[in-house]
Design a protein around this ligand. Sequence first.
Ligand code: NI
Length: 177
Amino acid sequence: MTVRNILRMGDPLLLQRAAEVKSFGTPELQELLADMFDTMHSAGGVGLAAPQIGESLRVVVFGFEQSERYPDAPAVPRTILVNPVLTPLGEEQEEVWEGCLSVPGLRGLVPRHLRLRYQGFDPQGAPIDRTVDGFHARVVQHEVDHLDGILYPMRIRDMSRFGFQDVLFPGQPAGDD
Ligand code: NI
């Protein structure tokens, strides 16, 4: 279990399409997941994708009871999702301020699908299939974007709604993800 260095925007690895996991239940996968949770918790994030710690694999983790960074967000169950597939449900989108541990200090207003189904596998290879909405759906979309080399600033429609968090929201606790 190790807190790993988080790659920041500009690193080419964050722009790659990550590879599917082929082997489940391996010590290597367990070690990667332990490092991802340690790193996410240490940074106070609500989610993390494997490429952010330099492992170009289709693995994301997310979940929290209460987030200092998103104090109004409802709890999201602690989830490990391997080889995820997202299916948006309906056309409805909403724009909410997002940050990212790989884009420290900044926030942007990002459109995301309000509702979606996500499928994938747990670390042992058992299937996961959930239909979610709101912040839960947003976190999944943000993390799975990392697996396709997409960082949230690429999704901002109005670049006047992108800036430093302490300038945009003076007096709020600093947060990055
Ligand atoms: Ni991120």
